[in-house]
Design a protein around this ligand. Structure first.
Ligand code: SAH
Length: 361
């Protein structure tokens, strides 16, 4: 409660989240305030390494500077509403934002480390017909700092066990490329060696196919992993599943993906949800193999999660394996996504959707 009041007060005073400030921006701000640039390093160290939550705890800064920081910036932007832990160790956090909206963040534990799945928007406006995140439409974009804060909050949890966040996937609620201007500073911040120092190759951005931003992202030439939610082998099927395909049809999407690969030479991941009777037959697997032929890529098959509000059915085990085998026989790199957090509403938007419906009951 106290924490929340503090945040609301900060919001009302028009404070900027410090976590939205990139290193060079903080340096520039300090310079304007007549402070030496190396204070940026000290501040980043307090925020990202020592992970203090109050400016007054930054004891190697002068009292005057700490006060100045506190009158310009807020340091806390999230408060935890609930945490659910799955029997497989997956943890799902529901956080409240200063304006009362809530967002989800998931921590998964793989053999290769701790992976955090972050949210980029409150809701989503893309309307994918199988996805719970989009049910209430888009409320607002998150700021870079609000996305950074999710990683930092989870890191604080891991501090209790002496562990660290090893990788970050931008696969939570929202379309990251619909919030590109906040996404990019977020990515640079978590990657920055004075901040969380998460290697670009340990970060994955997933898009539903916002084509103009794919070109832009390609031109950034980062080492960040790139995933596309493809979900269909033909434009007709894709339009049925994903309205975004009407704005940027499959052919245009594939052009942008080829451009991305030419520019970066990086392998692409295609996410392909198997929706019973829609896109999950052997003929679809052949169409998919044709579509992605010549690309350096990997296909991640996701057997659909049942979303109570949507009536897609799960593909049978036999059909899942037949689909996988067809792709393998055609020389495609393919895996079936391991499911985690089944018992804790861990699929996109499910916890938030549940919380929202409980609010309105
Ligand atoms: N908007 C981005 C980021 C979300 S990533 C994107 O679309 O890529 C979340 C992934 O889970 C996406 O591939 C999304 O299509 C998929 N997804 C959403 N709802 C699902 C469901 N009910 N079953 C299986 N996958 C789902």
């Amino acid at each position: 409660m106290e924490q929340l009041k503090e945040k609301v007060a900060a919001e009302q005073k028009g404070l900027k989240p410090l976590l939205s400030m990139e290193y060079h921006e903080l340096e520039a701000w300090l310079k304007e305030e007549g402070e030496p640039a190396f204070r940026a390093k000290q501040i980043f160290e307090w925020v990202y390494q020592k992970r203090v939550e109050r400016f007054e705890d930054m004891t190697n800064l002068s009292k005057a500077l700490r006060e100045k920081l506190a009158s310009h910036f807020s340091l806390r932007v999230l408060s935890e509403i609930v945490m659910q832990e799955s029997t497989d160790g997956t943890m799902k956090f529901l956080y409240e934002l200063p304006d009362g909206y809530s967002i989800e963040t998931v921590l998964m534990n793989h053999e290769y480390g701790n992976s955090v799945c972050v949210t980029t928007q409150v809701g989503c406006r893309l309307g994918c017909t199988f996805c719970a995140s989009t049910l209430g439409g888009l409320k607002r974009n998150l700021t870079a700092g609000e996305i950074v804060a999710q990683v930092l909050e989870v890191q604080r949890r891991l501090d209790e066990k002496g562990e660290r966040v090893d990788s970050v996937v931008i696969m939570g609620i929202g379309e990251p490329f619909d919030n590109y201007d906040e996404l990019m500073p977020f990515l640079r911040l978590i990657n920055h060696d004075q901040a969380l120092n998460i290697g670009a190759r340990h970060i994955t951005v997933s898009t539903s196919g916002v084509v103009p931003r794919i070109y832009e992202f390609a031109d950034e030439k980062t080492q960040i992993n790139f995933a596309v939610s493809l979900h269909a082998p033909t434009t007709e099927i894709r339009s049925r599943l994903m309205p975004v395909n009407r704005a940027w049809p499959l052919e245009k999407l594939m052009d942008s993906i080829r451009y991305y690969q030419e520019k970066t030479n990086r392998r692409i991941t295609f996410e392909y949800g198997l929706f019973g009777g829609v896109n999950d037959q052997v003929e679809h697997a052949h169409q998919l193999a044709d579509l992605i032929h010549g690309l350096k890529c990997h296909v991640n098959l996701i057997p659909v999660n049942d979303v109570p509000e949507r009536d897609y059915v799960r593909t049978s085990r036999d059909d899942i394996f037949a689909f996988e085998k067809t792709l393998k026989d055609r020389g495609v790199n393919v895996t079936i996504r391991r499911e985690q957090g089944h018992d804790i509403d861990a699929a996109c938007g499910q916890l938030r959707a549940k919380e929202r419906s409980e609010e309105t009951e």
